[in-house]
Design a protein around this ligand. Structure first.
Ligand code: SF4
Ligand code: SF4
Ligand code: SF4
Length: 309
């Protein structure tokens, strides 16, 4: 396929026809921020990826703009930087700014971009959401006050076979990601695959197994491939001070499932804290099997009901 020649920040580049300006810029080493971007399904909602293109009056979203011959793109012009700062200020105006205790501190795209563009959340005043945290799912914590409505979780869950647990609900300021009938996640059809957590760019979705166990920069991630079946799901062993403290799914690629059985199975084998469950029998705690302990807490029963084991 013939290449398209254009310039990005004054540098001539050639990319295949049909490439988005975002991909062209990133492939050539230029930074462009995104919150909502999903390579499988460009969405164009967060507008953080806007760029300046000579001859265009507005700043187009680069993720949904295709390159054309002779295009002249600027990824960090004054107008682009100001537009991004304004978008970030609007997001931060309705955000808890809870970085000190947030599980995603240090691995949060909103935080990184606010730093880069000097957005402090002080420019706009308005209402703030006060949603209760949803801890109904045994593995996933949801804090919708931190949600930036990027929709990545919605589109990702759509691709989980027979799920579609999440969607946007309500309107305007009250728009939020919800399950059917807005029931808690633990009471929905969610199978706890964790794909949504893996793609969430902020602290709105987080792993309960990691809560309070360490800051993101203290936890080393070691990629592993599950060997329980031929699908070969990709997981991360989360190590702190050399010890495995949790197993979490990697960001899912096309065709890669992230089943609960694989994650929990590895967690049971590898998490040292979880080596010996204790059960109170005859008035004192005694070591027991994981099957018995999980069966008693109902997890195995729920997995059976859902056909996961
Ligand atoms: S989601 Fe990001 S910006 Fe928000 S409180 Fe957590 S670390 Fe800070
Ligand atoms: S854990 Fe999986 S099934 Fe549950 S909401 Fe997230 S993506 Fe959907
Ligand atoms: S919960 Fe996370 S992934 Fe889902 S819309 Fe909110 S910020 Fe995006």
């Amino acid at each position: 396929m013939a290449g398209i020649e254009l310039t990005i920040n004054g540098r001539p580049v050639t990319v295949p026809a049909g490439t988005s300006v975002l991909d062209a810029a990133r492939a050539n080493g230029f930074f462009v921020p995104t919150l909502c971007h999903d390579p499988q399904e460009p969405f164009g909602a967060c507008r953080l990826c806007v760029v300046a293109i000579k001859g265009m009056r507005n700043l187009p979203a680069s993720c949904v703009t295709t390159v054309s011959p002779g295009m002249e793109v600027q990824t960090e012009s004054e107008a682009v930087v100001e537009a991004r700062r304004t978008i970030l200020e609007l997001l931060l105006a309705n955000h808890p700014l809870d970085c000190l205790t947030c599980e995603r501190n240090g691995a949060c795209r909103l935080q990184d971009y606010a730093y880069r563009y000097n957005a402090k959340g002080l420019r706009f005043n308005g209402g703030k959401h006060r949603y209760p945290r949803d801890l109904s799912n045994p593995y996933i914590a949801r804090d919708l006050n931190k949600c930036v409505l990027c929709g990545l979780c919605v589109r990702t869950c759509d691709r989980v076979s027979e799920r579609r647990v999440l969607d946007f609900a309500y309107r305007g300021f009250n728009t939020r990601v919800a399950t059917a009938m807005d029931e808690p996640l633990g009471e929905s059809a969610c199978v706890s695959c964790g794909r949504c957590v893996a793609v969430c760019p902020v602290g709105a979705l987080s792993w309960r197994s990691l809560a309070g166990k360490g800051r993101t920069w203290q936890i080393a991630k070691e990629p592993v491939t599950c060997t329980f079946c031929e699908a070969g799901c990709l997981f991360d062993l989360n190590r702190k001070d050399g010890r495995v403290i949790a197993v979490t799914p990697r960001e899912p690629g096309p065709g890669r499932p992230l089943c609960l059985k694989g994650r929990l199975g590895m967690e049971l084998r590898l998490v040292e804290d979880a080596a010996a469950p204790l059960l109170k029998k005859d008035g004192r705690f005694q070591e027991t099997s994981w099957a018995e302990a999980l069966g008693l807490t109902g997890i195995i029963d729920r997995m059976r009901e859902r056909g996961e084991i």
